[in-house]
Ligand binder design. Structure first.
Ligand SMILES: [Mn+2]
Length: 583
């Protein structure tokens, strides 16, 4: 039965119907109770009228799983190998996540620099298995996955290739929140049929008000962004502020809001809960063994928390625990090898006190150690906010965190502020990174730039088209079009990787050819080929057979040498990569 008249215009949603479905509150006895009932039912009706966007069902909050990108970037310096990812991708794909974050600047860099892996091949291999779930990446705006501004033609080409190789959602940020540095990427992403997520880097400063964040979000929306991400790279966003921020954004923009934070300061799960109550659409989590500490909040506790509420994620805890079972022994392996320092799993309250990212604090310590001036730590901590103020309150994220930190160390060590000014500091003041959130004072500008003029245009407007030049410079190494972009992002690292690739393949193909001429399904020993290589090839062939549901012998793998044809599937080379690393 209905307790009071609620909405005669919409009988379907009338209170009578709702009270049939939910525990009805007791009869009201006073005006105050009547009011609270009204608030209660208004909330119910709203959540009924506005189901969170899902795939047709009443999906509540959605989750992006970060284990393939930010979680291992934050905990083990981005060293998770593709072969450690692939066995679990199918299960990850079955969970029903909003997306799987799988790519970013650090994964791209570490793949080539430390793991001798082609980041493009990793993307294709993951996409090959994750057929249902969208793949997501982090893009540094006009810096793409590199460390400098690129001309628009490179930005457009990169995005075209990333999407062609399987990327679906691009989270695009700029360290200064200068939307001009994000616009080309947003437009290119939309043109290629991707989902462009515009990013606001969250930070705390006298100029970073709710109004400013709302203004930034509206600007991204008007540029065509499909959603907005609040990117809290340092875990600075505390729960009640998250509520206010999400509420303000939900009231001002129409597109979905996603929240990204880190567990560093220990508040992240509480922050998510308040953000969810304020209406956030998507949050970033990591499966529990790879969560917390400097990583994201754990997925499973949030799923359990939201169960049977209007925010229910609909994800299955039993299935999630299978994912956790897979990563638990891997985590042990990382701890044993020293890759994972258990110290990063704790709560770093300094982040909340000084409002700087945890990673920046440890950088300061190591810089001071190098200068034999560890006793100046407190002084440097006080200098950081002053430098940040002088530089127009940039959010502290790569590269601004390094620039502000280094300048603060120099100011203290030399005993005179801005006696020494690295070119990156000069670049910020000059406008080479974009527009700072606050205007830089004339005094600082004169001190650091002298007679040089600051620029006010979008930095990339000063860069001539450069794609053809880069193609020419890298031409001798190009085996796939994407190599041009690897070279553009990290020339020295890519060159070393390309050389190694040629060497590796020569070794592998000589051995494989020899095996093929023997035309033997099982090849225990061959003269001139190491038994390890034979074992790897045999294992790869068996594995390919399993994948395709066929019985292959070495003799009937015909297109072994044709990597081009196989590049969108796991060809034998891909298989070999996996087994080679195991033997
Ligand atoms: Mn992050």
């Amino acid at each position: 039965m209905a307790y009071y008249h609620f909405d005669s215009k919409n009988p379907v949603l009338s209170l009578t119907n709702l009270t049939n479905n939910y525990d009805a509150p007791p009869l009201y006895k006073s005006t105050i109770q009547l009011k609270s009932l009204y608030v209660y039912w208004e909330y119910r009706v709203k959540s009924y009228l506005h189901p969170k966007k899902g795939d047709g069902n009443m999906a509540g909050v959605k989750i992006t799983e970060t284990v393939l990108r930010d979680a291992h970037q934050s905990l083990i310096a981005t060293r998770m190998r593709t072969e450690d990812m692939l066995p679990i991708v199918e299960k990850l794909d079955d969970i029903g996540y909003h997306s799987l974050e799988a790519w970013g600047g650090a994964t791209f860099d570490a793949s080539m620099r430390f793991l001798n892996e082609d980041p493009w091949a990793r993307l294709r291999k993951i996409k090959d298995v994750a057929k249902k779930t969208k793949l997501q990446m982090l893009l540094r705006g006009q810096n793409l996955l590199g460390y400098k501004h690129y001309a628009d033609d490179v930005v457009e080409y990169f995005i075209q290739k990333a999407i062609a190789n399987g990327m679906d959602i691009m989270r695009i940020f700029d360290a200064l929140n200068d939307a001009r540095n994000i616009e080309t990427a947003i437009k290119a992403c939309i043109k290629e049929g991707g989902h462009a997520q515009g990013c606001i880097c969250y930070t705390v400063s006298p100029v970073h008000s709710l109004e400013l964040f709302v203004k930034d979000a509206k600007q991204l929306e008007s540029m065509g962004a499909n959603s907005i991400c609040i990117k809290d790279m340092a875990g600075l966003l505390v729960p009640y502020q998250a509520f206010e921020l999400v509420k303000a954004l939900k009231e001002s923009v129409k597109i979905p809001i996603q929240l990204h934070t880190h567990y560093t300061s220990g508040v992240a799960s509480m922050t998510y809960l308040k953000a969810i109550e304020a209406g956030v659409d998507i949050v970033d989590c990591a499966i529990s063994p790879m969560a917390m500490g400097t990583s994201q909040p754990p997925t499973e506790p949030l799923v359990a928390t939201l169960k049977n509420t209007p925010y229910d994620t609909g994800l299955d805890l039993a299935k999630l625990s299978e994912i956790a079972d897979y990563f638990r022994p891997l985590k042990e392996k990382y701890i044993e090898s020293g890759l994972l320092d258990v110290k990063v799993m704790g709560v770093d309250v300094n982040t909340l006190i000084y409002q700087v990212p945890g990673g920046m604090l440890s950088n300061l310590v190591s810089q001071l150690k190098q200068a034999n001036a560890l006793d100046k730590y407190e002084e440097v901590l006080k200098e950081v906010p002053r430098v940040r103020e002088d530089f127009g309150y940039p959010p502290l994220v790569t590269p601004t965190s390094q620039i502000v930190g280094t300048q603060a160390v120099m100011n203290v060590i030399t005993g005179e502020r801005y006696k020494m000014v690295p070119k990156e500091s000069k670049g910020i003041v000059k406008g080479e990174y974009g527009k700072t959130p606050a205007t830089i004072s004339e005094e600082i500008r004169n001190k650091i730039l002298g007679d040089e003029q600051a620029i006010t245009c979008r930095p990339a407007d000063l860069i001539e088209p450069e794609l053809e030049k880069i193609k020419a410079a890298a031409s001798q190494y190009i085996e796939q079009e994407e190599d041009v972009l690897s070279y553009a992002m990290l020339p020295a690292v890519a060159e070393k990787f390309f050389k190694q690739r040629i060497e590796d393949r020569e070794n592998a193909s000589i051995s494989a050819e020899n095996v093929l001429t023997q035309n033997a399904p099982k090849a225990p020993t061959f003269e001139g080929i190491s038994p390890e290589v034979v074992a790897a090839i045999t294992a790869a062939v068996v594995e390919m057979g399993k994948r395709d549901g066929k019985q292959y012998s070495i003799g009937n793998i015909k297109n072994l040498g044709n990597q081009q044809q196989n590049q969108n599937r796991w060809g034998l080379y891909g298989m070999l990569d996996r087994f080679r690393a195991k033997i």
